[in-house]
Design a protein around this ligand. Structure first.
Ligand code: ASP
Length: 327
């Protein structure tokens, strides 16, 4: 029989209360709620933490990655029970930390707690258990009948059970009457290694009309201590060039040794050579994030800054499609 390790981190799925949800006692009992699933896999559970996912970040990502790496030879698959708010960030962190992954790591959670009537928790857990027994060696989010590539996913709805999508990346599996697996499920291309390091001195700057250059320049002060910036421009990579010369800011950042990674607010690839107003970013030393969205781009840059001290190695890593995040 397949063996699965279910790691609890918190989130609505196990919360209690009606108006003000708080972490509850469900954590250890999650698996007991689904006795029929004990027949398809032996499920052990572990509690890493019991947090609202807005409190989950680099520290917990590292602990999770280590826990999975340490238990890799003992289990056929892993389930991470997690709050929905930051699930795509944690999924991206695991995808980058667990390079050459050869087993499924499935993140799931719920919009309504397991203890509530008409909840989505039961189905999401049941689907995740089944998916974690399949040959899908990726970090994925299992939610509302879909299995999505973790490093391409984003939260799209706070009220509907269809809470996640992976725009521009077809689901890895659809869980209807049958489970249909997609052809683009990745296979490990390198030996497994766990590098659970993240540098939190990275921030996101979303370019908006009227953005002030002077405000941005404060971020280049020594107190700000930034090592990386994820820049979200307009369209395929355009930025204001008349009143606020954003490219000047990018050039100053790169001259200070701060990496600037350009990620997408919409679906599609960053294409900086396409317009004069995007070529300026390339000329200023910015790096294209391909099809990466905010969540994956932020976490990949945090990872690159922590793992590679040498700028050329960092840039090479940022351009490499590690876990299907780029295309
Ligand atoms: N605030 C919750 C969390 O992310 C929301 C959820 O789990 O759906 O932990």
């Amino acid at each position: 029989m397949q063996k699965i390790l279910l790691i609890h981190t918190g989130g609505t799925i196990g919360m209690e209360g009606s108006e003000h949800l708080e972490p509850g006692h469900y954590a250890s009992a999650l698996v007991e709620q689904l006795p029929e699933y004990m027949g398809i896999a032996r499920i052990d559970s572990a509690i890493l933490c019991n947090l609202d996912s807005s409190d989950i970040g680099p520290k917990q990502w590292s602990e999770l990655a280590r826990m999975i790496a340490d238990n890799r030879s003992k289990y056929d698959g892993f389930i991470v029970v997690h709050g929905t708010d930051t699930m795509p960030y944690t999924a991206s962190a695991l995808a980058f930390a667990l390079e050459g992954l050869d087993k499924p790591v499935v993140l799931t959670g719920a919009q309504r707690p397991l203890g509530a009537l008409r909840n989505d928790a039961r189905r999401n857990l049941a689907d995740s258990i089944e998916v974690a027994t399949l040959d899908i060696p990726e970090v994925a989010i299992c939610f509302d009948g879909l299995l999505l590539r973790g490093c391409r996913s984003c939260k799209v709805n706070t009220r509907a059970y269809h809470a996640f999508d992976s725009p521009g990346c077809e689901p890895l599996a659809k869980l209807g009457v049958d489970i249909t697996l997609a052809k683009h499920i990745r296979r490990p291309t390198a030996p497994f290694r766990c590098r659970p390091n993240f540098n939190a001195n990275v921030m996101v700057i979303h370019i908006t009309p009227g953005i002030q250059l002077n405000t941005l320049k404060c971020l280049l002060s020594d107190e700000a201590a930034l090592n990386g910036i994820v820049l979200i421009p307009f369209g395929v990579g355009t930025v204001p060039c008349l009143d606020s010369k954003i490219a000047d800011f990018v050039a100053q950042a790169t001259a200070k040794g701060i990496d600037v990674l350009v990620a997408n607010a919409a679906v599609g690839k960053i294409d900086m050579p396409l317009y004069e107003n995007s070529q300026v970013l390339l000329d200023a030393g910015a790096i294209s994030g391909g099809e990466m969205r905010l969540e994956a781009a932020l976490v990949k840059l945090m990872h690159a800054c922590a793992v590679y001290k040498d700028r050329n190695e960092r840039l090479e890593y940022l351009r490499w499609n590690v876990a299907g995040e780029m295309e």
